[in-house]
Design a binder for this molecule. Structure first.
Ligand code: ADP
Ligand code: MG
Length: 223
C-alpha cells in the first residue's frame, strides 16, 4: 500500500483555558498527496491556523497522529520537514532591497545564487515581468512600488520559498481583507503556479468558496 504524503489520523488539539478545553481540532482526518493543490476551508476559529501549526510540528496533537511519507512526525524529524515547507504571505515582502535580495533574504549579496533566483522567479511566474526591467533581478523593488499588484507581491513570496527548495507551500492569507479583484488575481496566480509546478504541494487557507475552482482537494473544518 503506498503511503499518503501527509496523513492526519484522528488528530485532536485542545487548548487549556483555565478549566475550559477549547477543541481547535477535533478528530480531524485527511490525506494529502504530493503535488496536490488543497484548500482548507472553515469559518474563523475553526482551527485552520492550528492545523498549520500541527502540520509544521510547532504543536503536538493532544491525540491522534500526523505522518509524512508514512513516518510519524517527531521531534527528531521535525526540523527536516519544516525546511520543506514555505509559508507564503504578501506581508513578508520588503520594499527596500532588490528582487534578488527579496528572493534570497539574509543571504549576503555575493553569495546569492543568481541563476537560482531567476529560476525561482520564473517558476513563480514573474519571469516575463523581471525580464522587462532594465536591471532585471537587481532592480530595487521599491522602484516598482505601487506598480506591483497584490498577486505579484505574493509571487515574490512564492519565489522565496522556491529558492530555498521548499516543496510544500502554505498560504494563510486573510483574503477576506482583500478586495475581490485582488483576491481573484491571487487565486488565479496560485492555480497557475500549481499547474506549472506539478511536484509542488500547495495548501491554501480559504475564507470563501470562490478560491475552490482549480483545487484537487478540499479539507473542511467545522467550528
Ligand atoms: P482559525 O485559524 O480557523 O481562525 P485558530 O486555529 O486560530 O482558527 O483557532 C481555533 C480555536 O482555538 C479558536 O477558538 C481559538 O480561540 C483557539 N486558539 C487558537 N490558538 C490558541 C492558543 N494559542 N491558546 C488558546 N486557544 C487558542
Ligand atoms: Mg487563522
Amino acid at each position: 500500500m503506498p503511503q499518503p504524503f501527509v496523513l492526519f489520523d484522528n488528530v485532536c488539539k485542545y487548548y487549556q483555558m483555565g478549566e475550559t478545553r477549547i477543541a481547535a481540532s477535533d478528530h480531524v482526518s485527511f490525506e494529502i498527496e504530493k503535488g496536490e493543490f488543497c484548500v482548507i476551508l472553515g469559518p474563523s476559529g475553526a482551527g485552520k491556523t492550528t492545523l498549520f501549526n500541527l502540520l509544521l510540528g510547532l504543536y503536538e496533537p493532544t491525540s491522534g497522529e500526523i505522518a509524512v511519507d508514512g513516518t510519524p512526525l517527531t521531534a527528531a524529524n521535525r526540523r527536516a520537514w519544516q525546511n520543506r515547507i514555505g509559508y507564503v504571505s504578501q506581508r513578508l515582502f520588503h520594499t527596500d532591497g532588490t528582487f534578488a535580495a527579496n528572493v534570497a533574504p539574509g543571504v549576503p549579496d555575493a553569495e546569492i545564487d543568481r541563476r537560482r533566483v531567476t529560476e525561482a522567479l520564473e517558476a513563480a511566474q514573474l519571469g516575463e515581468f523581471i525580464a522587462s526591467l532594465p536591471l532585471g533581478i537587481d532592480t530595487p523593488v521599491g522602484e516598482c512600488g505601487s506598480r506591483l499588484s497584490g498577486g505579484q507581491r505574493q509571487r515574490i513570496g512564492i519565489a522565496r520559498a522556491l529558492y530555498r527548495r521548499a516543496d510544500v507551500l502554505f498560504f494563510d492569507e486573510a483574503t477576506s481583507a482583500l478586495d475581490s479583484r485582488t483576491e481573484g488575481e491571487i487565486n488565479r496566480s496560485i492555480a497557475a503556479i500549481a499547474a506549472r509546478n506539478p511536484g509542488l504541494t500547495l495548501l491554501v487557507i480559504a475564507h470563501r468558496e470562490t478560491s475552490l475552482e482549480y483545487c484537487d482537494r478540499i479539507i473542511t473544518l467545522e467550528k
